[in-house]
Design a protein around this ligand. Structure first.
Ligand code: AMP
Length: 420
């Protein structure tokens, strides 16, 4: 194995493509910021129990995909496989829920780790932007989060995504549904792992992607037929608000998602240009999670959108994001004195907000001009001894080739004017 090879299931973000990732993160965050969500950052690892209790003992994420390790001090830690449990843990630890302003609205952006079988769109290290609204039970809040995700996708120029919507009921109506589902599932021809799952978390069996299992699930009892009146009314309000906000959704009674903590509203965004790994984001309400990890009752709702797959979705739709130029002005000094003068000029440009770079390493004119062209800059700034003696530099428009002398003391103003 070469030492110059990223670990299996991972990849590096490099320029120029990395700029697209930054823009995607920013586009997802922008609607959240406008809706009162504050930025939260938590460690990349947590105590294992946070996830085994929070995400669920029966989930693939915890049983198969978590990167766990023991520290030199003997503590069992896990690289975070998802964001919600950590964010809730952080909010509880800092008593944010006691500050009197519920819901506590938080957003995050970061790296997540799952030991999955790598394939297109599925990695062992991936990146998500997520949002959580902690401590309020209100269908309008569920709708808000869904609308914010839709607005993020739309602002990126995506259109081939669909919203799948379901409700999983609550502690009043879910137990009876769970029992009915278990009765049905026990009668099917399933492997041992799946049989175990029936006993621990039967709803997860509905999430099975294998065709042989899916075929047997057609007659399964549907949660929609078992909802209590409160859950029905709650779900109806979520749907009404989505419609009022111009958001279309598809009811998907099989949508349970891969984590144990969801109650009531669950949703997933799928993109039709992505093949088998079509989920670009998802989330839902998790009213019981706080208690599951040892906190007070704090009904909450949230989502996480995958950055990697959003970038793939942009490619699939042929959307090119309008990215700012990396470099507006590229300085090409001819001689030692010009190097120093242009270094000063470039610094002044940067300090005034112009993206500027310089040909370093004392290369010749031809070579440096090549770099100027490659940099994508609008202008080259060329200067030799004679120019400096006259107090000017040559501003060359790299599109038209036209070159004009500009007084050094007017350079910043002139460049800014011409860039406008
Ligand atoms: P989840 O936490 O499983 O609900 O995932 C939320 C979103 O994160 C998914 O819709 C994907 O876009 C993204 N995601 C989850 N797992 C992976 C992975 N292994 N590789 C790339 N993206 C992922």
């Amino acid at each position: 194995m070469s030492t110059f090879q990223a670990p299996k299931g991972t990849y590096d973000l490099l320029p120029p493509d990395s700029a697209v990732y930054l823009a995607v993160r920013e586009a997802i965050a922008a609607p959240l910021r406008r809706a009162g969500y504050g930025y939260v950052e938590t460690p990349g690892f947590e105590n294992v129990e946070l996830f085994s209790r929070g995400v669920g003992e029966s989930t693939d994420i915890v049983t198969k995909e978590m990167y766990t390790f023991t520290t030199k001090g003997g503590t069992r830690l896990a690289l975070r496989p998802e964001g919600t449990a950590s964010v809730l843990r952080a909010a509880l630890e800092a008593n944010l829920h006691k500050a009197g302003n519920l819901p506590v609205k938080l957003w995050y952006s970061g790296s997540y780790y799952r030991y999955e079988r790598p394939q297109a769109g599925r990695y062992r290290h991936f990146s998500q932007v997520g949002a959580e609204a902690i401590g309020a039970e209100d269908p309008l809040l569920d709708a808000e989060l869904i609308v914010l995700a839709v607005d993020a996708y739309r602002s990126l120029g995506l259109s081939d995504f669909r919203l799948l919507l379901n409700t999983l009921g609550d502690k009043t109506c879910r137990p009876a549904y769970r029992a009915a589902l278990q009765d049905f599932l026990r009668g099917l021809d399933l492997d041992e792992d799946t049989r175990k799952r029936i006993e621990i978390n039967p709803l997860r069996v509905l999430d099975d992607k294998r065709a042989a299992v899916r075929a047997q699930l057609t007659g399964a009892p549907r949660i929609a037929d078992h909802l209590c009146e409160e859950c029905k009314a709650y779900h109806e309000q979520v749907r009404e608000q989505l419609t009022a906000a111009g958001v279309r959704y598809e009811d998907d009674p099989h949508l349970v998602r891969g984590l144990d903590y969801y109650t009531r509203t669950t949703f997933e965004f799928v993109h039709d240009g992505l093949g088998s790994q079509s989920a670009v984001g998802g989330g839902g309400r998790y009213d019981g999670l706080s208690e599951m990890i040892g906190g007070p009752e704090l009904p909450s709702v949230g989502w996480a959108l995958g950055v990697d797959r959003t970038v793939l979705a942009l490619k699939a739709e042929g959307v090119e994001l309008p990215l700012p130029r990396a470099t507006d002005v590229y300085a090409v000094p001819l001689g030692e004195e010009a190097r120093r003068a242009l270094f000063t000029a470039v610094t002044a440009l940067r300090r005034d907000g112009v993206a500027a770079d310089l040909a370093y390493g004392g290369r010749g004119m031809k070579n440096a001009m090549k770099s100027a062209n490659r940099s994508g800059a609008r202008f080259a700034l060329v200067a030799g001894e004679r120019d400096l003696a006259d107090g000017v530099v040559q501003l060359k428009d790299l599109d038209s080739g036209e070159q004009t002398p500009v007084r050094l003391d007017e350079l910043v103003a002139t460049v800014k004017e011409r860039l406008r």
